[in-house]
Design a protein around this ligand. Sequence first.
Ligand SMILES: Nc1ncnc2c1ncn2[C@@H]1O[C@H](COP(=O)(O)OP(=O)(O)OP(=O)(O)O)[C@@H](O)[C@H]1O
Length: 307
Amino acid sequence: MNALENRTSQKAQAGSLQGVSKRFGDFTAVDDVSFEVRANTIYGLLGRNGAGKSTIMRMLAGHAQPTQGRVEMLGAEPFENDEITQQICFAAENQVYPDVFRVKDVLTAGRLLYPRWDEAYAQELMEVFNLPKKRQVKKLSRGMRSAVGIVVGLASRAPVTIFDEPYLGLDATSRQLFYDHLLADYAENPRTIMLSTHLIDEVSELIEHVLVIDRGRLVINEEAELLRGRAVSVSGPSDLVEKFSYAMTRLHEEQMLGQSRVTVLGDPEDAQHARTLGLDVKPVSLQQLVVQSTTQVNPEKKAEGER
Ligand SMILES: Nc1ncnc2c1ncn2[C@@H]1O[C@H](COP(=O)(O)OP(=O)(O)OP(=O)(O)O)[C@@H](O)[C@H]1O
């Protein structure tokens, strides 16, 4: 066991999805997904539009029930379980508040809902994001509404905090402020944080564990450090690529006219070995990896004109 695996295996479990599917009518939005959620870890839930990220997050937060399989968070099924849901903060830009709610009413609700709420920190974040306390939430700009979600998510100090695309409408400065505060606060108050995002490059240094969803299925479930350091793309004649990679963890593969390209998890010696076989070796960024893993077209779905 290497140092990373050792560190990882020591973390307690915060929850899990076991064989979870979610169907809407005859459409399967989440398809037999299983993964473990570890305590005190920052997760990135990545994937294309409509992949099923929000649906998974809503089930983790107890806002929706799976059609099949089991969701467990903090020791129990979260759906309609107040004891569990008060320990899970779900922050989304499209959060609906009563019409009359002002920003300060949202903070009051946060204080009542979350046992670990930190009011002083909430006030500090209000200043950081220039949020007007007395303005009605419905009159805020989109970016300001996202910032309210961020303030609630961070100040809740909930053992599990889920941010669904927390940056919508936020300018680059505010996004950087979010990332900086998230990291600083997480270092002082470790907890489980999950964020879905399309801005993969921006968060690639922030997230510790990567989950990639493609058309409802989990296609990557890996430590970010492993992916950052060891994911390489190897291409060349198919027989040589096969010979090189048959025993390795393959994250992605493509074949065309006798040529293949595989993305594998390897060590520096593996990359060197590939080069000595005459294969082309390139490092793969997290963003490239996600794009590669989620761009294949499913012929059945294509024929149906779905997704
Ligand atoms: N209540 C619902 N009824 C019918 N279909 C739904 C419902 N909720 C989600 N879906 C469908 O399930 C699929 C997954 O949606 P989801 O919102 O989970 O995707 P996502 O990965 O979060 O997408 P995005 O990145 O665009 O936010 C989509 O095809 C969506 O249209």
